[in-house]
Design a protein around this ligand. Structure first.
Ligand code: ATP
Ligand code: MG
Length: 428
């Protein structure tokens, strides 16, 4: 299906590696996982994301349940569902809460590199903290992740959207400004001029760059408290050594943001360069029926990060198992079957050859499997209660079994484990 991808076995190890790093990284900051359904009532997203947004206007996969007529939508982002769950299970009463999720989201967009219809996000929400310390922590945490992943240069942009009253004053001036320049606007911008003029600043149409550049900036409308919040954030980022740029046009796609908004951008992916975006949404929880509770979070596009990981070529992922067990059929097949089980008992990852094939063809399969060792159980080995071991990769493991050598079965698991451990210690 257009814009929806299969993840094939060749690429799965990179995703698994990424997902394991994500889980460790989030744990190190005290985040706990929350998993919400992929389907929610359409109303939830309309209310939670805002009617005049790209997502709600044209990107949602919505349908009517044939059996009961309910209006449902495949989640286009995580925050609305996570906030719903937090309200429903009283997590907002026990706030503060630090939660994360990972999984597919769905948006009907024009598919292109880095833009899909089913894609995946890591989503993080910190509920119950007013900031700006938590705002800074989330951003510093992301800077650490890029280091862990060794991503090539990603830039940070931040902005402050202030509070509702400040945005209202800005909005009035923004409308007046764009009305004066209406002839320079495109159809989307004209439509949004009165419903959501802030979103015009977020346009992807380069023809609007000039008129958008001259528009009134929200920073000029911030009151003392908002300015203090933004200053506090910048001080902490500077203290932590995280570089940032203030982008007065950064408003983010969703309606519910206030105060801090941020994006991490790379130049390495062409025009789909935003790998992570987030911000504060203090009004949202109350608007969705919870008690007033501040919140901040971000969504990260996994496909785009994976693309960067591939480009960087920094990640070395061994796709193979520890041992591939070969046999000559007949009694050696049963024996090999049991030897493989004993090796797995010892904690090794083992693939047992299935079916009949010549030794030569099995050896080719063993090599292609990426296994570190071939463990051969032939007639002679069956009689001698041993296995022939052959190292398939170069390196220390190979030195431990320079030639094909015969190992008594009783010592096989230990010998393989020792050789694998030696292989992990680089030569000085
Ligand atoms: P964009 O401006 O690129 O459309 P967005 O503002 O709609 O992004 P968010 O809603 O903030 O994106 O989603 C968080 C992240 O998810 C983005 O920063 C991006 O990395 C990723 N993302 C968004 N849309 C897609 C998509 N269609 N395919 C792949 N990744 C996406
Ligand atoms: Mg979008």
């Amino acid at each position: 299906m257009r814009g929806m991808n299969d993840l094939l076995p060749a690429e799965a190890p990179l995703w698994e590696w990424f997902e394991a790093r994500i889980a460790d990284w989030l744990r190190s900051y005290g985040y706990q996982q929350i998993r919400t359904p992929i389907v929610e009532y359409t109303e939830l997203f309309v209310k939670g994301i805002g009617e005049v947004t790209d997502i709600v206007e044209k990107e949602m996969y919505s349908f009517e349940d044939r059996l009961n007529g309910e209006h449902l939508t495949l989640r286009p982002e995580f925050t609305a569902g996570v906030v719903r769950a937090a309200i429903e299970h009283n997590l907002t009463y026990d706030a503060p809460r630090r939660v994360w999720s990972m999984g597919p989201v769905f948006r009907h967009e024009r598919p292109q590199r880095g833009r899909y219809r089913q894609f995946h996000q890591v989503n993080v929400e910190a509920i119950g903290f007013a900031g700006p310390d938590i705002d800074a922590e989330l951003i510093v945490m992301l800077a650490r992740l890029w280091q862990i992943l060794q991503l090539p240069k990603v830039r940070l942009q931040i902005n402050c959207l202030g509070q509702a009253a400040e945005r209202a004053a800005h909005r009035a001036d923004l409308i007046a400004y764009f009305e004066r320049h209406e002839s320079a606007l495109d159809a989307d911008a004209k439509r949004r001029l009165h419903s959501n003029p802030l979103r015009i600043l977020d346009t992807k149409n380069p023809a609007l760059a000039e008129v958008v550049d001259g528009a009134p900036r929200i920073c000029a409308y911030l009151g003392e408290a908002s300015r203090a919040h933004f200053d506090g954030l910048q001080q902490l980022l500077t203290a932590a050594g995280v570089e940032f740029g203030v982008n007065p046009r950064l408003v983010r796609g969703l309606d519910y943001y206030n105060l801090t908004v941020f994006e991490w951008i790379t130049d390495a992916l062409g025009s789909q360069g935003t790998i992570c975006g987030g911000g504060r949404y203090d009004p949202l929880i109350e608007r969705m029926g919870g008690k007033p509770t501040p919140g901040i979070g971000f969504g990260m596009g996994i496909e785009r990060v994976i693309e960067l990981l591939k480009d960087g070529g920094q990640v070395d992922i061994a796709p193979g198992c520890d041992a591939y067990v070969l046999h000559q059929g007949g009694a050696t097949r049963t024996h090999a079957f049991l030897v493989a089980e004993r090796l797995r008992d010892a904690g090794l990852d083992v693939v047992l050859h299935a079916g009949d094939a010549s030794m030569k063809s099995q050896m080719k399969k063993a090599d292609a499997s990426g296994a570190e060792f071939a463990v051969i159980i032939g007639e002679a080995e069956l009689q001698a209660d041993s296995a022939a071991v052959k190292a398939l990769r170069s390196g220390a493991a190979e030195r431990a079994f320079a030639q094909q050598s015969s190992v008594p079965l009783a010592q096989l698991a230990d010998a393989l484990i020792e050789a694998l451990q030696a292989a992990e210690t680089p030569l000085q």
